[in-house]
Write a protein that binds this ligand. Structure first.
Ligand SMILES: NC(=O)c1ccc[n+]([C@@H]2O[C@H](COP(=O)([O-])OP(=O)(O)OC[C@H]3O[C@@H](n4cnc5c(N)ncnc54)[C@H](OP(=O)(O)O)[C@@H]3O)[C@@H](O)[C@H]2O)c1
Length: 274
């Protein structure tokens, strides 16, 4: 190896081939190169648990700053103790006045906003409360529109708004009417917002099953059986975790060619029988 090669981090493998050694630290999830988000600030709405919390963690590992939002102040405090955010805000993001006030009060521009607040409104028609169904539709769509409306002067050009849909709602089934309608609507909403908000980018992440506290609360004592079933049936032969979704979110923040699209991260779940 030459002196100049050593300085550039060039090494030779066992067969004498030249290879460049990554100087960035490996991630906790097993050697994936950590992204560089140095100097960037990311707002995560839904940051005290699951996908949002893991995304905030990966942003911090990548050198970025985070602003954390969730409803429960104690859960938010616990996340803040781990993630050392520049700010936290405890409020219900589906409250339009609180949402508007939050963005108006940001001290300056941010680079990205990710929204993971809210859960899937599974509602069988037989037991459906129409007012609750209307509220769920309104809250999910109005939250997306509200974030777009109130963040547009707050996000820098080239930054991204990230929303979460899902792949499960693409398959019709009992109890899936409201989830299915939202699943169909969100990609259209995001594509239109990407044009209206340009050069801010707008993207949608569509996970299948993700092993988070939300999934645990929905499945209860069926959780382990579901994990086992997915391990044996998914094409990737393992369960998708919040770190997988967070890695996609961070990539969407960094890659400035990506806007107006929906990115599936379900380990191939939509390709197999439910
Ligand atoms: N897990 C999955 O399998 C899966 C699959 C597809 C899509 N998704 C979607 O991905 C998103 C995140 O899921 P997750 O599994 O990470 O859920 P999670 O573990 O329950 O985390 C949700 C986070 O959002 C916060 N939150 C919820 N509603 C809020 C609101 N109205 N205002 C402000 N913060 C709110 C929660 O904190 P507080 O409760 O304290 O507010 C929590 O920090 C959800 O929209 C979910 O529907 C999840």
């Amino acid at each position: 190896m030459t002196g100049s090669e050593r300085n550039k981090g060039v090494r030779r493998d066992r067969c004498g081939r030249r290879c460049v050694v990554m100087t960035t630290a490996p991630s906790a999830s097993g050697g994936r190169r950590e992204p560089d988000l140095s100097g960037q600030t990311v707002v995560v709405i839904g940051a005290s648990s699951g996908i949002g919390r893991e995304t905030a963690r990966q942003v911090r590992v990548g050198g970025g700053q985070v602003i954390l939002v969730g409803r429960n102040p104690e859960r938010l405090r616990q996340a803040a103790a781990e993630l050392d955010p520049v700010a936290t805000a405890a409020f219900d993001a589906t409250d339009p006045d609180r949402l508007q006030g939050f963005f108006a009060d940001l001290p300056g521009q941010v680079d990205h906003v990710m929204v993971t607040a809210g859960g899937p409104p599974y509602m069988p028609l037989a037991t459906m409360d129409l007012a609750a169904a209307r509220r769920a539709l309104d809250e999910h769509l109005a939250l997306t529109l509200g974030v777009a409306l109130h963040s547009r002067d707050r996000v820098r050009a080239g930054g991204t708004l990230l929303f979460i849909g899902g792949t499960g709602g693409r398959r019709p089934g009992a109890g899936m009417a409201v989830v299915g309608a939202l699943t169909g609507a969100l990609p259209a909403l995001v594509a239109n917002l990407a044009l209206e908000l340009a050069p801010i980018r707008v993207n949608l992440i569509a996970p299948g099953f993700v092993d988070t506290p939300l999934s645990a609360s929905l499945l209860g004592d069926q959780l382990d059986a579901r994990r086992e079933e997915l391990r044996s049936t998914l094409p990737i032969r393992r369960v998708v975790g919040p770190d997988d979704v967070a890695a996609l979110a961070v990539h969407l923040m960094r890659n400035e060619a990506l806007t107006g699209a929906t990115y599936d991260v379900d380990g191939g779940q939509q390709l197999i029988a439910p």
